[in-house]
Design a protein around this ligand. Structure first.
Ligand code: GLU
Length: 414
């Protein structure tokens, strides 16, 4: 049986509902998004042509606080994908126990084929269309696939035109416009912390373990950097253009330097590793696999042939449920996305607090607080998994859904 990512999340939720014995009334409320928005985003391209893009924002749940989640720019963005990712944000913010709900946005576009000027127009027009449903106490966007601090600065600037100077309407901003130290690295740092905790649970450490990293964007490259600094050997990486391998471990700082200076920002062509087809990454043997790109990449067929002991989900929704089943039988430890990649939204929360307090946090404080939150959530997930005899994904959903369900019930329905 094959699952769409939306069906996959529904299945994980249904398992959590069963364990928690959530009433059908509350189940209905947890499954249905609060608000789904689809807007037309027209811009004039550099060649003078008018192009219409489709933009989405799905606000899934606001029981525990303002809705929170990134905006992605990708040719495959559609309403269903955004809706699924918005739901995952609701459970993710609850797993790490930060006072937010869940949302996600996206524009169906090919950002690699657009100029900086076109991307700015696209972002401003999207913000203009959405601004009535955004706000520091309503819904707070952030970076996601193919969006970055510059895009967030445009969102902040455009929103401020309508509502007055407003840094806390968006997170992941450059430090010069109210961003926080350490946000850019935060998701990768969280993935590294999740890896550290997962290994420590089996009395293992990162040092000398071998890693495969699929995706070398913001999440994959920062996770690789921290793992490399702690003595992990990254023996293969891939990006949208191709892959690299090196049995003794790739020199990650050199690879990041190479990528930053490559006009198309790819890792392909790095001279100090062997080139390989990107699909080959899943066939290699290693201790840990970190999928850090798009969803749905670990299918049943890939899971059957995987030769790793741990999977740490840097991406959102990388593993499909039938693959999850096989990995469980193969005794591969899968650390789920709603915990493993929650470092980004956690530091987004610090940024929002910093903007509201109008008091800048230090990098040291950000790292310390992120560490504390990731450790606390990990202990909680492990404790639920042990007590109820569940895999880590189901335990994480039980934790997140339990928290949201409780708040929904207490706040009341009528
Ligand atoms: N896009 C990131 C995620 O999927 C971060 C969201 C945020 O910071 O709001 O978790």
């Amino acid at each position: 049986m094959s699952f769409s990512p939306l069906e996959a999340t529904k299945l994980y939720l249904s398992k959590a509902f069963k364990v928690l014995e959530i009433s059908p009334r509350i189940q209905k409320l947890l499954l249905t998004p609060y608000r789904e928005i689809k807007v037309e985003v027209p811009i004039e391209r550099d060649n003078g042509e008018i192009e219409i893009y489709m933009g989405y924002r799905v606000q899934h749940n606001n029981a525990r606080g303002p809705m929170k989640g990134g905006i992605r720019y990708h040719p495959e963005v559609d309403g269903e994908e955004v809706s699924n990712l918005a739901s995952l944000m609701t459970w993710k913010t609850a797993v790490v126990n930060i006072p937010f709900g869940g949302a996600k946005g996206g524009i169906t576009c090919a950002p690699r084929e657009m100029s900086e000027r076109e991307l700015e127009k696209l972002t401003r027009r999207f913000t203009e269309r959405l601004h009535i449903v955004l706000g520091p106490d309503i819904d707070i966007p952030a970076p996601d696939v193919n969006t970055n601090a510059q895009v967030m600065a445009w969102i902040m600037d455009e929103y401020s035109k309508y509502c007055g100077y407003c840094p806390p309407v968006v997170t992941g901003k450059p430090v010069a416009v109210g961003g926080i130290e350490g946000r850019e690295e935060a998701t990768g740092r969280g993935v590294f912390l999740a890896t550290k905790h997962a290994l420590a649970a089996n009395q293992e450490t990162i040092e000398n373990k071998t890693f495969l990293i699929q995706g070398f964007g913001n999440v994959g490259s920062w996770a690789a950097k921290f793992i490399h600094e702690h003595g992990g050997k990254i023996i293969a990486v891939s990006d949208a253009f191709g892959g690299l391998s090196h049995p003794q471990g790739i020199d990650i700082p050199k690879l990041i330097h190479y990528q930053n200076n490559n006009p198309n920002r790819s890792i392909v062509g790095f001279p100090e590793a062997d080139a390989m087809e990107k699909e080959k990454l899943f066939q290699l043997s290693a201790d840990v696999l970190i999928p850090a790109a798009l969803g749905g990449v670990i299918t049943k067929e890939i899971a059957q042939n995987l030769n790793v002991r741990y999977i740490i989900e840097g991406a959102n929704g990388p593993t499909l449920p039938d693959a999850d089943e096989i990995l469980f039988q193969k005794e591969v430890i899968v650390v789920p996305d709603i915990y493993a990649n929650a470092g980004g939204v956690t530091v987004s929360y610090f940024e929002w607090v910093q903007n509201i307090q109008r008091f800048a946090w230090t990098h040291q404080k950000v790292v310390q607080e992120l560490d504390r939150i990731m450790e606390k959530a990990w202990k909680k997930i492990r404790e639920i998994a042990a007590r109820k005899n569940l895999d880590l994904r189901t335990a994480a959903f039980v934790l997140g859904v339990g928290r949201v369900g409780k708040t929904v019930a207490l706040r009341g329905i009528t």
